[in-house]
Design a protein around this ligand. Structure first.
Ligand SMILES: Nc1ncnc2c1ncn2[C@@H]1O[C@H](COP(=O)(O)OP(=O)(O)OP(=O)(O)O)[C@@H](O)[C@H]1O
Ligand SMILES: [Mg+2]
Length: 366
């Protein structure tokens, strides 16, 4: 097992920069997820760690040793891809043990390692089957088994679940988490699915356009995004961004979003936000779950406002409500019994403790 360090890592494909100088310290035993939109450089970063892609600049170290010039087979890493590429003519046992046989590991040692991995993955019953006799999820497990038996310093996963149907993805997600809790191998996992990222990671790395926007524990990214991009990328439905003006009156601040609606800024934010009063490019960021039906008793920093609902979407455990402030569509999440109807009026609260103030000209959360 090992830590992985990226220093000023750059990859340029004939002039086009894919990765623009990223720094990242991955701790021993850590589960790191790289997440971001298509083309942001996730796979390129992973492939550079694996040694499958030459690096244009910077440094990669595994277990403290710089591996820039070490070929993939000598990096002691195991990679699991989206198409897990099992050998069709080999049994599960042979697929899992193939790498060890190439390395001339003794037979009884191979047997022991495959049996251990099969037990962890719950595929002991399948060892004699051929890949075509397996379900998608079982094949995925064999691909992971093949990585586990090698007992590498680092696991690298590139969208390993994207070939599976939605239900199996959720199941395998839990499986991968359990496996990591057992084997504790340092893992770098790539996905474009923010739910997968949040549920699996010790720390999530949000990438965008070849740079790292933010690194943090899932709840830190959710509650304290540092940029508009991260605020909008993490969470579903996405955070609402509402243009506002910060107004100062009697030492307090209000964020005005329309002629009739202005939200009082919590007192503990006044000092931080005051320098931005009067700026033109400000947005309020408020997640749908922080816009709810008016409760019987208001908590501090909850502010009531009335809107006309345009559309309501019953989801079972909650209803999403959509309304419009000055041309901006806004989503809230209310109790299914709160009486939300299409075209109806509704009194809502904004939970202003969870408010973010964003400067849209810099993309920074203030
Ligand atoms: N072999 C290549 N030659 C030229 N450009 C490439 C090559 N591989 C990737 N790129 C470009 O580098 C950028 C990053 O690609 P990368 O595969 O790392 O994205 P990604 O984040 O994994 O996206 P996805 O979620 O779609 O898999 C993209 O703009 C892509 O077009
Ligand atoms: Mg990719």
């Amino acid at each position: 097992m090992a830590q992985v360090t990226l220093r000023k890592l750059v990859k340029t494909y004939d002039e086009t920069p894919a990765v623009r100088g990223i720094d990242l310290d991955i701790a021993d035993k850590e589960f790191i997820v790289l997440v971001g939109p298509s083309g942001c450089g996730k796979s390129t970063t992973l492939r550079m760690i694996a040694g499958l892609e030459e690096i244009t600049g910077g440094e990669i170290a595994i277990g403290g040793d710089v591996v820039n010039d070490v070929p993939p087979k000598d990096r002691d890493i195991a990679m699991v891809f989206q198409n897990y590429a099992l050998y069709p003519h080999m049994s599960v046992f042979e697929n899992m043990s193939f790498g060890l046989r190439l390395k001339k590991v003794p037979k009884d040692e191979i047997r022991r390692r495959v049996d251990d991995a099969a037990r962890i993955l719950d595929i002991t019953e399948l060892l004699q089957r051929k890949p075509k006799q397996l379900s998608g999820g079982q094949r995925q497990r064999v691909a992971m088994g093949r990585a586990i038996v090698r007992d590498p310093k680092v696991f690298l996963f590139d969208e390993p679940l994207s070939n599976l149907d939605a239900k199996l993805r959720v199941q395998m997600r839990t499986e991968i988490k359990k496996v990591h809790q057992k084997v504790r191998t340092t893992t770098v996992y790539v996905t474009h699915d923010q739910v997968e990222a949040m549920t699996l990671a010790d720390r999530v790395v949000v990438m965008n356009g070849g740079i790292i926007e933010q690194v943090g524990a899932p709840n830190d990214l959710y509650h304290a995004p540092q940029t508009k991009f991260v605020a909008g990328f993490i969470g579903s439905p996405a955070m609402n961004f509402i243009p506002c003006k910060l107004e100062e009156a009697a030492g307090a601040l209000r964020a005005r979003v329309s002629d009739t609606i202005s939200f009082p800024v919590p007192a503990n934010r006044t000092a931080r936000y005051k320098p931005h009063a009067g700026k033109e490019s400000l947005l309020i960021g408020l997640r749908p779950e922080h816009i709810r039906e008016e409760p019987r008793h208001l908590e501090p920093d909850q502010h009531v406002f009335e809107v006309g609902l345009e559309v309501t979407e019953p989801m079972g455990m909650e209803t999403l409500v959509y309304f419009n402030i000055e041309g901006t569509e806004i989503c809230g999440r209310v109790n299914p019994n709160a009486g939300a109807v299409d075209g109806g009026k509704m009194r809502l609260i904004a939970d202003l403790n969870n408010l973010h103030l964003i400067d849209d000209s810099t993309g920074k959360v203030l």
